[in-house]
Design a protein around this ligand. Structure first.
Ligand code: NCD
Length: 304
């Protein structure tokens, strides 16, 4: 594999191999010195053109746990404000000698362009509303850890599916691993291109609750216009928010996931986010391990 841009073309064997590798790296992260020399001498350049807390720090942590160096670009304060193009920015940073790019950009396809211009391994850390493949991996790992397998798991993805790159990558990961996925949202927040996807859709959350193994909440993506697509936040919460009362109607074993950042009191009640069903911090921890697995695969860690 020379790039890691989408989960749409990753088959089950490859996906499971990455999750197995990530599971081994979780053990590394538990050691007193949580570091291996696998990528010593390699440099990973992180190009985050959109805001990020978790994903950016997680890739940084992952690279360093493999003994790689990192270089970070941040758009504010960069020459983008002087009119430099994405291509010139890419080629400028490339000339400093990184071995891989990790890219987040608001434009769908930007990481593919950077991969092509640069010719070095490129990881998509989120492009527009399109894909966020390492999020799909970390969510699959979190569910596999809890349930042993995703085969037959009943998972509801709830929220602004139309504008969510997390949803697109999670759908690919979860269904490839055998889960039954239902997309739950008002019609205006359902993806427009859902026909032909291996998922069910629903306009109400309540009837599904007693039969779910996992509920995955998504934020309303205001920055992509999601806030315009329903009448009011209070109406949204009344129908789709995972309140304490709704969470109480889930089976005892059911879990709750969220990619962050959470809007507490909107898609998820604070008591649910902090409650015993919540795997939110486990997801974050697993994110470091899956990003280690991806960087290790791309940068030829096998000879280290
Ligand atoms: C998400 C993202 O940026 O795609 N966050 C993340 O990476 N964990 C989801 C979001 O912004 O809502």
């Amino acid at each position: 594999m020379s790039n890691f841009l989408t989960l749409d073309d990753v088959d089950r064997g490859h996906l499971e191999g990455l999750l197995d590798q990530a599971t081994e790296f979780l053990e590394v992260l538990d050691r007193p010195i949580p570091k291996v020399p696998a990528l010593r001498g390699k440099t990973v350049a992180m190009l985050f053109f959109e805001p990020s807390t978790r994903t950016k720090m997680s890739f940084d942590r992952a690279a360093k746990a493999l003994s790689a160096d990192t270089m970070a670009f941040s758009p504010s304060g960069s020459s983008l404000s002087k009119g430099e193009s994405l291509k010139d920015t890419t080629l400028t940073i490339l000339a400093m000698g990184p071995h891989a790019f990790v890219v987040r950009h608001k434009a769908t396809g930007a990481p593919w362009q950077i991969a092509e211009w640069s010719g070095i391994p490129t990881v998509n850390a989120g492009d527009g509303a399109h894909q966020h493949p390492t999020q799909g991996l970390l969510d699959a790992l979190t569910l596999r850890q809890r349930f042993g397998s995703l085969d037959g798991l009943r998972i509801a993805l709830v929220g602004d599916l139309r504008h969510s790159r997390v949803a697109r990558s999670d759908i690919a990961a979860f269904t490839t691993l055998g889960a039954q996925v239902t997309l739950v949202a008002p019609r205006t927040l359902q993806p427009t291109d859902v026909d032909g996807w291996p998922v069910a859709t629903a306009g109400e959350l309540d009837p599904l609750l007693p039969d779910l193994d996992a509920v995955y909440l998504l934020r309303i993506q205001e920055e992509r216009g999601g806030g315009e697509d329903f009448p009011s936040v209070s109406e949204y919460v009344a129908r789709f928010g995972l309140t304490a009362a709704r969470a109480a109607r889930l089976p005892d074993h059911a879990v709750v996931l969220h990619p962050g950042p959470m809007n507490r009191g909107v898609e998820i009640a604070p008591s649910v986010a902090d409650g015993p069903r919540s795997l939110v911090t486990t997801q974050v921890r697993n994110g470091v391990a899956v990003r280690m697995a991806v960087l290790f695969e791309l940068l030829g860690g096998s000879d280290a």
